[in-house]
Design a protein around this ligand. Structure first.
Ligand code: NDP
Length: 334
């Protein structure tokens, strides 16, 4: 059995001095438990926050513990009547090749609805995040302009496709030309702009001739600054993530912009709403029903970036924080 243990808290980009790949004893399934072999491990931006020892909506990973994360696993042995060897389950089993768990923290996936890895992406947590954020807080109406950042990623690709189904003009923002091309060609976005281009703001303005009604915020930083110049009265801004700041070690230089920002919220009657998907689990049945249908009908497509080999987990995670991934990042463990 192999596992990644958090041995030191990173400042900036995490590396092998913070997350140690080590051999460990094979777990044993106790009474009422199952023994699991990890098939696909999900890598997600929130994991960077769990490495910090700071107040957040979730407790940080303790030093010396296996790094947290969701995975799709196969049941190898079962001491519980609800699960049998061969069943595929999803659960927060962490960055490890094997684990033992009780069925109450596991969910048996339906492989007929979507392949196992998709339960970590489009029909899993990131897809649900897109669904909740738009439905509850973005509330796009037909004809409105929806902008989403990290547009080609696990959450962004779903946000754009749901907004298209609602009849909106959808504009993505991403950090590479091929990512932009992909969201336009494969998911039907109306436009997508590369925030690394020098004339990014002009391009975004041209792509949003009627301003911006919904901004699905995934990144913060310069994308947020540009969007704020273009939001319409009564715009809704679901604040989902701020990945541009996750490795930041100090605040940027420059004047304090809080006062004009608060002024803009007032004058334009803006609605900002931070949300965490796990607070909305009552919507999971609706989501699985709707997304299952959209996938069957081909209305929602998805792209996964599958990295083979458990020992590539840390490198792949660094890539996620630098924009190397193309779509939902998963590790194929075996
Ligand atoms: P992605 O699959 O989109 O991967 C992360 C992407 O973020 C990278 O590919 C990169 O794309 C972009 N990125 C990385 N660094 C920067 C930067 N400095 N500036 C701008 N963009 C950057 O990840 P997810 O779709 O899983 O997550 C997207 C966001 O949603 C994250 O902020 C995450 O924390 C948040 N989230 C929030 C949840 C909630 O409940 N609130 C639940 C799940 C996710 P590019 O090349 O385009 O820059």
């Amino acid at each position: 059995k192999q596992q990644y243990t958090l041995v030191q808290r990173p400042v900036g980009m995490p590396d092998e001095t913070h997350l140690k790949l080590e051999e460990a004893d094979m777990p044993v399934a106790g009474e009422g438990e199952v023994l699991l072999k990890t098939r696909y491990l999900s890598l997600d931006p929130y994991m960077r926050g769990r490495m910090n020892d700071s107040a957040s909506y979730a407790t940080p990973v303790a030093l010396g513990d296996v790094m947290t994360g969701e995975a799709v696993s196969e049941v190898l042995e079962s001491n519980h009547p609800d699960l049998s060897p061969g069943d595929m389950v999803i659960g927060r089993t962490g960055w490890q090749t094997h684990s033992a768990a009780t069925p109450d923290i596991l969910y048996r996936i339906d492989p007929d609805l979507a392949p196992p890895s998709a339960w970590l992406g489009v029909i899993g947590m990131p897809g649900f995040t897109a669904y909740v954020g738009l439905r509850e807080f973005g509330q796009p109406k037909a004809g409105e302009t929806v902008v989403v950042s990290a547009a080609s990623g696990a959450v962004g690709q779903v946000v754009g496709q749901i907004a298209k189904m609602k009849g909106c003009r959808v504009v993505g923002v991403a950090g590479a030309d091929d990512k932009c091309q992909h969201v336009v060609d494969h998911y039907g976005f109306d436009a997508c702009v590369n925030y690394k281009d020098e004339d990014f703001e002009e391009q975004l303005q041209a792509a949003c001739p009627n301003g911006i009604d919904v901004y699905f915020e995934n990144v913060g930083g310069k994308v947020f600054d540009a969007v704020m110049k273009m939001v319409n009265d009564f715009a809704r801004i679901p604040v989902c993530g701020r990945i541009a700041h996750y490795n930041q070690t100090k605040l940027p230089e420059g004047p304090d912009r809080l006062i004009p920002f608060m002024g803009q919220i007032l004058v334009k009657r803006l609605m900002f709403r931070g949300f965490i998907q796990s607070d909305h689990s009552e919507l999971l049945p609706d989501f699985r029903r709707d997304m299952g249908q959209w996938l069957r009908e081909g209305k929602v497509k998805y792209q996964e970036d599958v990295v083979e080999g458990f020992d590539h987990t840390l490198d792949a995670f660094q890539g996620l924080l630098q924009g190397r991934n193309r779509g939902k990042l998963v590790i194929k463990v075996s």
